[in-house]
Design a protein around this ligand. Sequence first.
Ligand SMILES: [Zn+2]
Length: 62
Amino acid sequence: MAKKGELSKTARASLAQRDEKDFLTARSCAKCGELIMLKELQPVKVLGAGMVFYHKQHYTIG
Ligand SMILES: [Zn+2]
């Protein structure tokens, strides 16, 4: 049982580590034009234009 707890702790740690790592994508933000880190990527489907991408903090609903 203790071993199982250890494993899940390790798994959680590696997940957290992966989450902290930013990956720069080839997508650029439709608002500011900068490339977007994977963590910040907000894909938005636009009628007639297909997919556009925003930084999460640059995308506002409405
Ligand atoms: Zn942006």
